[in-house]
Design a protein around this ligand. Structure first.
Ligand code: FAD
Length: 379
């Protein structure tokens, strides 16, 4: 007798887990399939930055805030570590100040909660931030730091204990013919299939993925030794290069001039899509990144040159005594040029939900809630 479920989810990354939560909370019987012994994709390889401030005003930012609210509900209920750190975008050049102040001036119309801090205010709060040439920063209160490794390991346990969600690890889904799910050489029954397969475009519905416009992006990352409570950086940090990366700054009049300056003065950073951010987790480990290489440029072999550039830029704004890099890795996510999150219905009962680019941790729960409500015909 095949086991019967309302919904089957492919992938135990954050998108799969968020969909499992949205469905199980509605009292539905849910099973999640993960082809590896545990999720090892983008969802465990990121900064753990829940970063609403990076989203453009309107639907993206509102979805990020809704996602943040659900994240808090889940984190508090599951007891998983998180910190309401907020974030600082540090400015060391007049053009960076101009972009940030232009953004802050328009912030109320986008409902962002951010404000300018001068250099003295910043350095009085953190002795780790480099005061030399520091001109100020944009403070935002909405960002939350999690540890992606702990969250992606802990949520399946919590979802199982709290909502009876069944997990099948080491079990790749290879086909779906409503209601039959083929996985790991066996069959299950589920009325709906949610495909949250991250950067795997080949195993299920390859023709739908091929027509989607999705592409892959590779990032290089590093983690420091744990500092315990002895050294805390406080807010999660970004600096000038990040202003060219996140779309929330795209309408700032001074942004083109800042981008031109980086292209002229730091071409190697622009070539590898490097911008530098730092987050710090429960045991004091600092996660540092990142770079961006696309599709054909993606190689399994990391470039030490990229890591050196990232660390050099980090040292320009953050002074960590005795910083040691104890882990280096890369991660790959799926991205789409036009869609906040590309979705598709390739077969009866089946829905593909692609990774929402470099913001999947931030957006996951908000997107899942919207998609599940749509599929279940809720308003
Ligand atoms: C280095 C890096 C840093 C980032 N930093 C941030 C950040 O700080 N904040 C933020 O908001 N976003 C960040 N992102 C983006 C975010 O991590 C991703 O958007 C998000 O994790 C994607 O989640 P996912 O569940 O779609 O994909 P994944 O995490 O890749 O999960 C997909 C899962 O599906 C499984 N799977 C695939 N096919 C099958 C199959 N047929 N059967 C069974 N299982 C299958 C895979 O094994 C995998 O575990 C970052 C990404 C990277 C790579």
């Amino acid at each position: 007798m095949k086991q019967q479920f309302d919904d089957a989810v492919v992938g135990a990354g954050i998108m799969g887990l968020a969909h499992a939560y949205a469905l199980a909370k509605r009292g539905r019987r849910v099973i999640v399939f993960e082809r590896n012994t545990r999720a090892m994709g983008a969802s465990v390889r990121n900064f753990g930055m829940l970063w609403p401030i990076g989203q453009p005003a309107g639907i993206p930012f509102q979805t990020a805030l809704r996602s943040r609210a659900i994240w808090l509900e889940v984190l508090r209920s599951s007891g998983l570590w998180h910190e309401l750190t907020g974030s600082l975008h540090l400015a060391y050049h007049d053009l960076e100040v101009a972009v940030l102040q232009e953004f802050i001036a328009e912030a109320p119309s986008g409902h962002y909660g951010c404000e300018w801090m001068n250099a003295a205010q910043i350095t009085s709060q953190s002795s780790l931030i480099n005061p030399t040439n520091l001109l100020g920063a944009m403070w935002s209160s909405t960002e939350i730091c999690i540890d992606p490794r702990e969250v992606v390991a802990g949520l399946p346990v919590w979802l199982n204990e709290t909502y009876n969600v069944q997990f099948e690890f080491n079990c790749a889904v290879t086909g779906y013919n409503q209601p039959t799910v083929m996985a790991g050489g066996k069959e299950w029954r589920a009325n709906n299939l949610y495909v949250c397969s991250g950067e795997d475009f080949q195993t299920l519905y390859p023709e739908a993925f091929a027509a989607s416009g999705l592409y892959r992006v590779k990032l290089q990352m590093m983690r420091s030794q744990p500092f315990g409570d002895e050294l805390r950086i406080g807010p999660m940090l970004a600096a000038g290069l990040t202003l060219c990366h996140y779309k929330n700054f795209q309408d700032c009049p001074s942004l083109p001039a800042l981008r031109t300056r980086f292209e002229n003065e730091m071409p190697e950073y622009m070539r590898y899509g490097i911008h530098v951010m730092a987050s710090q987790h429960a045991r004091g480990e600092i996660t540092i990144g990142d770079s961006h290489e696309y599709d054909e440029a993606i190689s399994p072999f990391d470039k030490e040159e990229i890591n050196e550039l990232i660390l050099a830029y980090l040292r320009a704004f953050l002074h960590i005594p005795n910083l040691q890099i104890v882990q280096r890795w890369n991660g790959v996510y799926a991205a789409h040029a036009a869609e906040l999150c590309w979705t598709n219905r390739p077969a009866p009962g089946a829905t593909i939900i692609a990774s929402p680019s470099g913001r999947g941790m931030t957006m996951s729960f908000g997107i899942a809630e919207k998609i599940v409500a749509e599929i279940l015909g809720e308003h």
